[in-house]
Design a protein around this ligand. Structure first.
Ligand SMILES: [Zn+2]
Length: 436
């Protein structure tokens, strides 16, 4: 009897090992006869993808007749498969936890398997990250940053306090007021501790502070994200500091040419701040300008990606903001700078429209090829997150984060809306098709 009991314990031990290793017990899913847009090659190729657990196990390009017993097979003849889209610029913690969950669920079903949050409540983001990762609830995977800025930001701007409720804004592990004496290793290690992927530098950060924080971030394996221009530092110094992703195409070339870079807190009234911003936006720029050429060549060489966020300029088009942002994006693209696709506004609250699909249309309109636009929303964003070994392309060993489309996005970019299924970490969901 005693022996039987210990045998039972041994069995329990082994079965618990297997239970924790989902990948071993889960059936193989086969997506067969589908045109694969893997993001490595410029064109699609017909084949079949085998998924085991959370990951892509095998990709074959010839017709296989024999499939494993118990495999779940989807015949996807006539359909297209690409990596899940990543929205490179969102802010998802400005409402309740429930609202954030709902947004992530709708985003996932619209093909967004990952989002990069650019500044929010780290406590909520850490929870969302965990729960979407383990499937506690349905939603895009979440990657987020710890925001740092000079003291001015925390004193003058109401937003940091909104995402630090109950604590002191600028003095928490997801939000730091910094100066030249800050211990940047501590900032980075605390950021890492709560699950941040990066340090986001916001405003009132000079060149010296920027270089120091960047050095600490790289030392401990975090990425560095920033606006392309951070007062008082110009874009050429932002890229020189090793910033991995630089946001907003609408004004970065103008800031490079401006005499002086001021932030919004430098003005007595909103009107004065708006007048200055308008002056900046209207600085003419062209590809012949030496400063522009040198900035773009530095961004290319330093691997600083441009997070264009064209969609935000669409609504505020008084001064041709969108056209200018598109022109700047095309100049960067033509000079070899990698473009990253982000909406800066995950969805339209009134109709649940997912804005990344709109962003892709604007990138093609700006002059990017369809394949590079898809790369901007997949592999380029994976690199910006530091997750390119796991996501962003269709390759053996990567997570099965995939979308299955009824029509070819290489023919027409808005076909990214023509969704049949979405897979995240090997789980299959019926997607939301938002083709008009
Ligand atoms: Zn933003």
């Amino acid at each position: 009897m005693k022996q039987a009991k210990s045998l039972w314990l041994i069995l329990l031990f082994f079965s618990s090992i297997h239970a924790s290793d989902q990948d071993n017990n889960s059936p193989i899913i086969i997506l067969k006869n589908v045109t694969i847009l893997d993001m490595i090659s410029d064109s699609g190729k017909k084949g079949s993808i085998f998924i085991k657990g959370q990951s892509i196990q095998k990709i074959i390009y010839e017709n296989e007749k024999v499939y494993p017993l118990n495999a779940i097979i989807y015949d996807l003849t006539g359909k297209f498969i690409m990596p899940g889209l990543i929205d490179n610029h969102v802010h998802i913690t400005h409402g309740s936890l429930k609202q954030s969950q709902d947004q992530l669920e709708i985003a996932l079903l619209n093909g967004i398997t990952g989002v990069r949050d650019m500044g929010g409540d780290g406590r909520m983001l850490a929870l969302l990250k965990r729960n979407t990762q383990i499937g506690e609830y349905m939603g895009s995977d979440v990657f987020f940053s710890t925001i740092i800025a000079g003291n001015k930001f925390f004193i003058n701007d109401p937003r940091p306090a909104q995402v630090a409720l109950g604590a002191q804004a600028g003095n928490v592990s997801w939000q730091w007021a910094i100066d030249e004496n800050t211990n940047f290793d501590e900032v980075v290690l605390q950021a890492k501790g709560i699950g941040s992927s990066a340090i986001k530098m916001y405003t009132d950060v000079n060149k010296k502070m920027m270089n120091n924080v960047s050095k600490s971030a790289k030392k401990y394996g975090l990425k560095v994200w920033a606006h392309a221009s951070i007062a008082p530092t110009r874009p050429s110094d932002v890229t020189a500091a090793g910033v991995d992703v630089m946001s907003h195409a609408g004004d970065f070339l103008q800031y490079e040419l401006a005499n002086e870079i001021k932030d919004r807190y430098a003005f007595k009234s909103k009107k004065d701040a708006a007048a200055y911003k308008n002056e900046i936006n209207n600085i003419p720029f062209s590809k012949e300008n030496e400063k522009i050429k040198s900035l773009l060549s530095d961004m290319k060489n330093n691997n600083s990606y441009l997070d264009a966020t064209l969609w935000i300029y669409k609504g505020r088009n008084e001064g041709n903001d969108l056209q200018r942002a598109q022109k700047a994006t095309k100049l960067a693209y033509d000079n070899g700078v990698k473009i990253a696709a982000g909406s800066d506004n995950i969805m339209n609250q009134e109709n649940n429209e997912i804005n990344l699909h709109n962003e892709l249309v604007l990138l093609v309109e700006a002059g990017l090829s369809n394949i590079d636009t898809l790369r901007a929303a997949t592999i380029n964003n994976a690199v910006g997150l530091g997750e390119e070994k796991k996501i962003g392309s269709i390759e053996v060993g990567k997570l099965a984060n995939l979308i299955i489309l009824n029509s070819d996005p290489l023919k027409k970019i808005s076909n990214t809306r023509d969704i049949q299924y979405v897979l995240k970490r090997g789980k299959v969901y019926q997607g939301i098709n938002s083709m008009q």
